[in-house]
Design a protein around this ligand. Structure first.
Ligand SMILES: [Zn+2]
Length: 289
């Protein structure tokens, strides 16, 4: 059994960074950034999970699943081409950020007007003291709840994919998730557990939590959220398989409708080896239960 970050693996990553002429694939500086939760996430990973290799369970290689993408071909052909792609991507991302962020912020006056009108329609007096600043506050809060619209998976990945000669299952469980139900505009929240079987590429563990943020901070339904997280991991590292399980509590069930306070909704998305091989799937489910 190998713990996820043994000193030897740490030094391998370090070598990756320091090797001359190679683009940095794993940035140690990520540790200090918001959204990074290395210590607690890593400790959640059961070390026994890592003994689940393809050898042990003879997990099938899924044809068409782990095919190299254009980006990884460019990577193995030569670093110059890769560097240029990375540069172009960074320029595109910067342009997108510059374009998108002010645009969303600019909607605050209009959103506030909508909330003011909502208050009136509820029979309230928006000019009474307690409600004076409510429309603007509510507008800003709504922008925060939906801030995932400002981000793409490419933004958060930020090249934090690195080569690692491992095919052992990686599991990050109980990632906290807050989202907004698109049918009732009320919150739902819960926990997300993710597992994948690497195919020579792994991603920074904090990036899994960041991907959850990108898709949960939007108007959502839990089923789509689950699928989008799984697909984003496939796109990022082209693994042998991905499993995502989301357990959510929906305020639209708790405060209205059936009013079942303890009712929880579980959704899952199993791709590649997790779909095709019941042993792989069962092992993952036993680790997260
Ligand atoms: Zn709802």
């Amino acid at each position: 059994m190998v713990p996820l970050d043994t000193p030897s693996q740490q030094s391998k990553k370090q070598q990756l960074i320091e090797e001359p002429g190679r683009p940095p694939m794993y940035k140690r500086g990520d540790e200090g950034r918001p959204g990074h939760t290395p210590a607690n996430l890593r400790s959640e990973t059961p070390s026994s999970a890592l003994s689940l290799g393809t050898q042990e369970f003879a997990m099938p290689f899924v044809t068409g699943f782990a095919r190299p993408t254009a980006a990884s071909v460019a990577d193995s052909n030569g670093s110059h081409k890769h560097d240029k792609n990375v540069e172009n991507n960074k320029k595109n991302i910067k342009a997108l950020e510059e374009h998108k962020l002010p645009k969303r912020k600019d909607t605050i006056p209009e959103l506030a007007a909508s909330y003011r009108s909502l208050l009136k329609d509820l029979g309230e007096d928006p000019s009474r003291e307690g409600l004076l600043k409510t429309p603007e506050r509510a507008a800003k809060a709504m922008l925060f709840f939906t801030k995932g619209y400002d981000q793409t998976v490419q933004d958060v990945m930020n090249d934090a994919v690195f080569e690692e000669d491992t095919e052992d299952m990686v599991i990050v469980k109980d990632i906290e998730m807050f989202s907004t139900c698109e049918h009732h505009l009320v919150p739902f929240w819960g926990k997300v557990s993710v597992g994948y079987l690497p195919n020579k590429k792994v991603m920074g563990l904090s990036k899994i939590a960041r991907i959850v943020e990108v898709f949960s901070r939007r108007l959502q339904v839990q089923e789509r959220l689950t699928k989008q997280i799984a697909q984003a991991i496939v796109e990022a590292v082209q693994p042998h398989g991905v499993a995502v399980v989301v357990e959510g509590t929906h305020m639209c069930m708790v405060m209205r409708g059936v009013q079942k306070v303890s009712a929880k909704t579980t959704t899952s998305s199993m791709l590649g080896a997790f779909r095709d091989d019941s042993k792989t799937r069962e092992e993952f489910l036993s680790f997260i239960s």
